[in-house]
Write a protein that binds this ligand. Structure first.
Ligand SMILES: Cc1cc2nc3c(=O)[nH]c(=O)nc-3n(C[C@H](O)[C@H](O)[C@H](O)COP(=O)(O)OP(=O)(O)OC[C@H]3O[C@@H](n4cnc5c(N)ncnc54)[C@H](O)[C@@H]3O)c2cc1C
Length: 394
C-alpha cells in the first residue's frame, strides 16, 4: 500500500500516473530532469495507434486507453472552453507497391474481425478527406480509411494532468535530475535529486527512454531500446490539413497553429549512426512532405525524439522482484497508452493487488522471443536490426 510516491519523469506517462495517484490520496512528488515536458512527449508524432497493435490482447489495451482519452477530457472538463489534447480526424493510408497494399488489406481484415472501424475507399475520396494532398501522389487503386482516428497534443496532455495532480496536492519539481535511489538493503525507499532526499513507499520509474538508467541505479536491467525519430513541423499552412495521412515515405498529421507535423521511417533509418546519408535527414523529410502536401514548403522546426522501445515491443509495467519499492512504467506508443497504464499502475500501487490486465507486461518477463507487435515490426523493417517491413506509423 502506497501513501507516499516519487514519480520520476513528467512526460505523459509520469503525468498520467501522478494524476491517478494524487486522485487516490497518495502524497506524490514528481521529479523531472528538465523543464516542462522536455522528453519524448514533446517530440513525438502522437497519433492513436490502436489499429497497428497486435496481439489481440494488446490491441484491446490500446483501444481501452484511446477511449479513456475521451473520458478523461470529459471528466476534467477539457475541450469545451479550452482546446483539448485529443483531435479526432480520419486517418487515410495507402501503399505504393502491390505488397504494401496487400499488407494494408490484411490489416483491415484483421481490424474488421476485431470490430475496429476501418474501410477501403476510392482514391477519388482523397480530395474530400484530405484537401491539399496532391492526388497524383497516390498511385494506389484503393485507400484504407479509419474514420475514428485521432491525434494527441502530447505536451498539452502532460501539462493538463500535471496541473490536475498539483491541484490535488502533488509536488511537481522540474530541473530535478534523479542521481541516486535511496536504498534500505534491496528495497528502494526514495530518490535523490539536487542533493535532496525524497523518501517514499514506492518510486515509479517513468523516465521514458532513460528508464534503463534509472533502473540501473537499483542494479536492475531493463530490456529497453532507444530508437530516434525525426519530427518536423511545417510553417502555417494556407488551409488546414484535415486528416492523418500515412504513406510509405512519410506520415503527416495536423498540428497546432494550422501546421502539419511529419515523420518518416525511411528518414529515421538515416539517423542510425552507421547509415550513409547522401542528403541531410531534415532536407529529405521536407522533400517527402512537399511531394504529398505541396503547401508544406518549409519547416518551422525539427526535433529528434527518442522512442523508448521495450525489446518485444510491449510495455514494461510493474514492480521488480530484485528491487522492491521500484515500479517501472515505460512503453512505446506511450501517448496512446498513458491514460490507461497510469490508471492501472496507480490502482496496483494503492491497493497492493496485482492488476490482471498488466500481467503480460511485467518488466522481468522474457523479452527475447521474436517480434509480436506489428508496429515494432514496421519500425525494425526500416532499420539495420531488422524484421520484415510493413507500411505503418510511428
Ligand atoms: C518520432 C516518434 C513518433 C512517435 N509516434 C507515436 C504515436 O504516433 N503514438 C504514440 O502513442 N506514441 C508515439 N511515440 C512514442 C511516445 O511519444 C512515447 O512513448 C511517449 O512520449 C513516452 O512518454 P514518457 O512519459 O514515457 O517519456 P518522456 O516523455 O521521455 O518523459 C520522461 C521524462 O523523464 C525525465 N527524466 C529522464 N531521466 C531523468 C532523471 N534521471 N531524473 C528525472 N527525470 C528524468 C525526462 O526529462 C522526461 O521528461 C512516438 C515517439 C517518437 C520519438
Amino acid at each position: 500500500m502506497t501513501t507516499r510516491a516519487v514519480v520520476i519523469g513528467a512526460g505523459v506517462m509520469g503525468a498520467a500516473t501522478a494524476h491517478r495517484l494524487a486522485e487516490a490520496g497518495v502524497s506524490v512528488t514528481v521529479l523531472d530532469a528538465g523543464g516542462r515536458t522536455p522528453g519524448t512527449s514533446s517530440a513525438t508524432f502522437s497519433i492513436d495507434v490502436t489499429h497497428l497493435k497486435t496481439p489481440h490482447s494488446y490491441f484491446l489495451l490500446n483501444r481501452r486507453s484511446a477511449a479513456l482519452h475521451r473520458e478523461l477530457e470529459a471528466q476534467l472538463g477539457v475541450g469545451r472552453d479550452a482546446p483539448g489534447w485529443r483531435h479526432p480526424v480520419p486517418l487515410v493510408q495507402w501503399g505504393h507497391s502491390e505488397e504494401e497494399q496487400r499488407t494494408l488489406r490484411a490489416r483491415a481484415e484483421r481490424l474488421a474481425a476485431w470490430g475496429h472501424p476501418c474501410r477501403s475507399a476510392d482514391p477519388g475520396e482523397l480530395s474530400t478527406l484530405a484537401p491539399g494532398v496532391d492526388p497524383a501522389s497516390c498511385r494506389a487503386s484503393e485507400l484504407v480509411v479509419h474514420d475514428d482516428a485521432a491525434w494527441y497534443d502530447a505536451p498539452l496532455l502532460a501539462r493538463v494532468l500535471l496541473d490536475r495532480a498539483a491541484a490535488l496536492g502533488a509536488d511537481i519539481r522540474h530541473d530535478s535530475p534523479v542521481t541516486a535511489l535511496l536504498r534500505d538493503g534491496e528495497r528502494v525507499r526514495g530518490a535523490e535529486a539536487r542533493g535532496r532526499r525524497f523518501e517514499a513507499d514506492h518510486v515509479v520509474n517513468c523516465a521514458g527512454p532513460d528508464a534503463g538508467r534509472i533502473a540501473g541505479l537499483a542494479g536492475v536491467r531493463l530490456p529497453l531500446r532507444q530508437i530516434p525519430g525525426l519530427v518536423g513541423e511545417s510553417t502555417p499552412l494556407p488551409d488546414p490539413l484535415r486528416a492523418i495521412v500515412a504513406t510509405p515515405g512519410v506520415d503527416l498529421r495536423p498540428a497546432p497553429g494550422n501546421r502539419a507535423c511529419a515523420i518518416s521511417w525511411p528518414v529515421d533509418a538515416l539517423l542510425d549512426p552507421d547509415a550513409a546519408t547522401p542528403v541531410p535527414p531534415e532536407a529529405d523529410l521536407l522533400t517527402r512532405c512537399s511531394a504529398i502536401l505541396p503547401a508544406f514548403r518549409a519547416m518551422s522546426g525539427t526535433r529528434i525524439g527518442v522512442r523508448p522501445v521495450p525489446e518485444d515491443g510491449l510495455p514494461l509495467a510493474g514492480p521488480h522482484p530484485q528491487a522492491p519499492g521500484l515500479y517501472t512504467l515505460v512503453s512505446h506508443s506511450g501517448v496512446t497508452l498513458a491514460p490507461l497504464l497510469g490508471a492501472l499502475a496507480a490502482r496496483e500501487l494503492t491497493t497492493s493487488d496485482p492488476v490482471p490486465d498488466l500481467a503480460p507486461y511485467r518488466p522481468d518477463r522474457d523479452t527475447s522471443h521474436p517480434v509480436r507487435d506489428e508496429s515494432l515490426a514496421t519500425m525494425s523493417g526500416h532499420r539495420a536490426d531488422a524484421a520484415p517491413a510493413a507500411p505503418g506509423l510511428g
